[in-house]
Design a protein around this ligand. Sequence first.
Ligand code: BG6
Length: 296
Amino acid sequence: MKLSRQSQPNGRAGVARDSGANGLPRIILAHPSGARVELCRHGAHVTSWKNARGEELLFLSQKSWFEPGRPIRGGIPVVFPQFCDDGPLPKHGFARTRTWTPAATGTTPDGETFATLRLEADAETLRLWPFRFTLEYTVLLSDRLTVRLAVSNAGDQPFRFQAVFHTYFRVGDIRQTGVFGLQGLEFSDSLKAGARACEARELVTFAGETDRIYIGASDALGIHDGGRGRTFSISKKGLPDVVVWNPWIDKAQRMEDFGDEEYQSMVCVETGNIVAPATLKPAGRWEGATSFFSEG
Ligand code: BG6
């Protein structure tokens, strides 16, 4: 693998490009600490985040497709401009199945290794969604991982959109996993046709299929992974809602690109603007970001 000129003297850090699964082009970010990220241009999809000890922190399904036109199962899918089946577009929008263009790579003044990918409207997206947009997705790696999406309206009419970082965390055992920071929030339960209820628990634990949108969550939350003795801290900006999803046994079996037992080693905690989509006027710009920090 050839490292770019931003390489550090220890020869491990910097930005490199190569081909990943099924020959899909990807960008490798390596931080001087030893942390590493793999970013696939297909979907601007982070498929791997390893800490300085080389431990994988994201879940990626063994059965994932790595094919043009199909989303990758695991890592961090970028959902835009539609969440789930919340409109007429393909599920979770089209950003996760388009090939993004590298726009910049390097090291920030704060020492983060980064890459920015760009996606613009083209004939195919305009057929699905008749708006001219520019997306800029920046992945920054230091002792934490930060993802930032900027949406610009490059057309002459306003548009509304949802945007979500659909992060799949790798956990030791879902039965020993809990999400904290959601207590007291109203949620929409996707398994009960969106029925609203209030979260009473300090730690949201799992004993069955879970698919909820927590509305207006605080900007700091996290995951306790009891199986590995690890805590993920999540901080977000501009993204009020949080989806907590685990397919559990039956849905895992129904999903073609997901192993029957894999529900045990993942949890999705997704940050986004879902319940109240953002509106952008012509020339307007919107930004949302989330940082992940893992301890233990
Ligand atoms: C979650 C949704 O965000 O994504 C779930 O809340 C959905 O309802 C899940 O099943 C996975 O979606 P997909 O399209 O990647 O299978």
